[in-house]
Design a protein around this ligand. Sequence first.
Ligand code: PGA
Length: 249
Amino acid sequence: MKSPIFAANWKMHHGPSDATTFMRSFLAHSPRRSDRTVLIFPPALSVAAVVASLHERQDVLVGVQNIHWEDKGAFTGEVSAGIARDAGARVALVGHSERRHVFGETDEETALKCAAAARAGLTPMLCVGELLSEREAGETAAVVLRQLHAGLSRLEPGQLTSLAIAYEPVWAIGTGKTATPDDAATVHAVLRKALRELAGERGAKVPILYGGSVNRGNVSELLAARDVDGVLVGGASLDATGWSAIVGS
Ligand code: PGA
């Protein structure tokens, strides 16, 4: 029996007031379940509000969508992993497709950010995924393996098992086009093999989530696919009732 991870990436939505209202409704509709983990990635300024709303709900974890790679310093506008951890975050998304393709984040930066997260006691969730042109050129495996190896390259061997991977094909994010369960399983198997080669059987247990236009209608079949350990959901996670339904699937 799998025990899936349901992760919500709110992107630049839900300030502290909205986040509090969302969490009140979500928690009322979603009783604690021991067979799944829920993870919320609010905007950084809403992390404290989500954490404050959780009270006794240790089954729900909070993360940040991005961190800076330095621990502190003159980096106006940035948030360090340590600050995120102090605010109650336990996980950091690294290398989300919008960070890479809208903000120009490089593989080297993802490596520095994964290392910074691990240093501060945050679990890095490294996002990988190919562009449509790369898929059409048959380069999907090569691209995700390059991103995986680069992103993890600065972690110590002992840190390679305290992480998560999110496979998010860029062409599926926010487009309504989802990878088929078979497509997802194929890429997840490539990633699983690489993680096993990097860190043995414990590496093979690193959770691999699928993301890209996941919704109520397709979440069950994606979670049933081999090697899919959870889902990372953007648009369909923004409404508390819809998110409760996804988490309850
Ligand atoms: P989407 O976004 O579910 O809206 O496609 C997923 C993500 O960007 O993490």
